[in-house]
Write a protein that binds this ligand. Sequence first.
Ligand code: 13P
Ligand code: ZN
Ligand code: NA
Length: 283
Amino acid sequence: PLVSSTHLLQAARANGYGIGAFNVHTLEMLQAVIDAAEETNSPVILQSTVGTVKHLGADYIAAMATTAANRSRVPVALHLDHCTDFDIIVQCIRAGYSSVMIDASHETFEENVRQTLKVTEIALAAGVNVEAELGKVGGVEDEIVVAENEALMADPDDCAKFIELTRVPTLAPAIGTAHGIYKGEPQIDFDRIQRIAALVSVPLVLHGGSGIPEDKVKRAISLGMAKMNIATEIRIVFSDAIKAVFAQNPDENDPRKYMIPAKKAVKEAAIIKMIMLGSVGKA
Ligand code: 13P
Ligand code: ZN
Ligand code: NA
């Protein structure tokens, strides 16, 4: 069965490694991430955004992820990424998701607390993990767009107060990363991560994982980040592999053929992240 990511992430934070959380949009992407986790013996988190829930259906996604978890030797969690809508959260929990994110980071602190509390009240009782965001992660993730000048770092004291008020078991503080591929290198505020981690014992979540150089990922993990989200990079390698097939053979019409290199590309990209995060052998 799918497992709640709370304990997986607590173990990761306690032992100084990170768990990869991969946004998947198709069965083949999901299988590729699972293959990577099995090959490296890594715990893994499958994620879908709200857009993917609308595209595929929460029940289909949960059914695919549950099948993967049942067949797998490694622990697998299924997480709803960046959700602003309480009703969709309830729908996903009913469908079998083992973790949900309530993203009210665009609201005031008080409203973020109120909405997060509403979710922890139903989710924690059901054994479902909850993630919330403080500050604002820049860039574009699905339907959520935050301009560079609107991105906002999380305040460490606010983080501590927020956890106390909401009992949220995992927190994504904005610390300088952004969704999508960076122009240049991300300016990560490591000192801020350290100050937040000193005040907050819950596992921290690093958003915007695509394009962060290896040394910066490792440093962020060593300071208390326990989950890293990866979306854009695996979408790109998946699509590029399919484009390459059609460039070679424009008449190809068998999805079972053109999906093979796409799956392989996602698997390889996921393995690189798992090695970087130090989750290898931790399943
Ligand atoms: P990237 O698209 O930069 O990998 O960000 C992923 C993310 O944070 C999903 O929530
Ligand atoms: Zn994100
Ligand atoms: Na990114």
